[in-house]
Structure formats: structure tokens, C-alpha cells
Design a protein around this ligand. Structure first.
Ligand code: HEM
Length: 146
């Protein structure tokens, strides 16, 4: 994909979705699709997280398509995702720190179902690192939430 198709302007190496290597050879787009479909069904059904997502996201299929692009970019280096996750999460004023533990608690078993064992560990570690970064900015006094 060219830089122009990727959103244009910034060289990829400085962008939020700079080219990544393939995280694990066994990972496929079909597995990513299964992960996203199953995980967000559980999120929408969760009594705590469900209302946060359904209250903000009117078009669930569009969100799922975006999340498949996100994980495809993170795990397969396709560069299809060009969103801005950090400001969107900082803007979620109803989210509390403990919500990330709920999110990860739903994510881990779905990742173990969707991927081969070694790949699942990598996917989970990636999600944990991103969650940690969000938490740090949102709740850790880095210019996020007061
Ligand atoms: C408490 C945990 C979380 C909650 C409540 C949450 C909620 C949300 C909501 C409501 C949106 C839609 C925002 C909008 O379009 O305005 C969103 C988007 C998104 N979330 Fe989360 N999220 C959480 C954790 C995570 C984690 C851990 C990741 C990554 C591993 C993640 C990745 C994303 C991405 C990539 C988007 C799309 C951002 C964009 O459009 O630029 N989220 N999230």
C-alpha cells in the first residue's frame, strides 16, 4: 500500500500504524475475523461494557470491520487501519480504570479459541500492552483524565 492510500502526508515510519512485521506465521485474516466477531459479541453482551459500546457505536458492523483492519495491521502488518485510538478512548468519560480488566478478561479466552497457542500469547500480549498504554494516559497523570 502506498503512503497516499494509507492516509497520505506522513511517512509510514512516523505514523500511528507504521509497518509492522507479521506477529506469528500461523495468524490468518480468517482467525482475526473470528476473534473480532466473537469478542465484540461478548463485549456487547457484558453488563458493564455493553452499554459503553452500544451507547457510542451506532453501526456495530462498521466498528467490527474497523477492528478487523486494526488487528490485521497489528498482527499481519497490512496497514489497513488508519484511525486514532488514543484520543477516542481518552474521550470515553464513563470508562474507569477497572474496565480494562473486564475488557482483557473477555479478550483472553476468545484469543485462545481463535489462534494457535503460541500466536494467542502474542495477540494477548499485544492487547495487554495497548491497554496498559491507554490506562497510563487516561489514568496515570500523563495529560489524560484529571
Ligand atoms: C475499557 C476498555 C475499552 C473500552 C470501554 C473501549 C471502548 C471503545 C469505544 C466506545 C470505541 C469507539 C470510539 C469512537 O468511535 O468514538 C472504541 C474504539 C476503538 N478501540 Fe476500544 N475500548 C477499550 C479498550 C480497547 C483496547 C484494549 C484496544 C486495543 C487492544 C482498543 C482498540 C480500539 C480501536 C483500535 C478503536 C477504533 C479507534 C478509531 O476509530 O480510531 N480498545 N473503543
Amino acid at each position: 500500500m502506498s503512503d497516499a492510500q494509507n492516509g497520505g502526508g506522513q511517512p509510514k515510519s512516523t505514523g500511528p500504524d507504521a509497518m509492522r512485521p507479521v506477529a506469528h506465521e500461523s495468524i490468518t485474516e480468517q482467525q482475526i475475523s473470528n476473534l473480532v466477531e466473537t469478542f465484540y459479541d461478548k463485549v456487547w453482551a457484558d453488563e458493564r461494557l455493553g452499554p459503553i459500546f452500544s451507547g457510542r457505536i451506532a453501526d456495530k458492523p462498521a466498528h467490527l470491520a474497523k477492528m478487523k483492519d486494526f488487528w490485521s495491521t497489528m498482527l499481519l502488518g497490512t496497514g489497513r487501519f488508519n484511525g486514532r485510538p488514543m484520543p477516542k478512548h481518552v474521550a470515553l468519560s464513563e470508562v474507569v480504570d477497572g474496565d480494562f480488566a473486564i475488557w482483557l478478561g473477555l479478550f483472553r479466552p476468545v484469543a485462545h479459541e481463535a489462534f494457535a497457542p503460541e500466536a494467542a500469547q502474542i495477540v494477548i500480549r499485544t492487547a495487554e500492552q495497548i491497554a496498559q498504554t491507554f490506562r497510563h494516559v487516561m489514568f496515570g497523570g500523563m495529560g489524560g483524565r484529571p
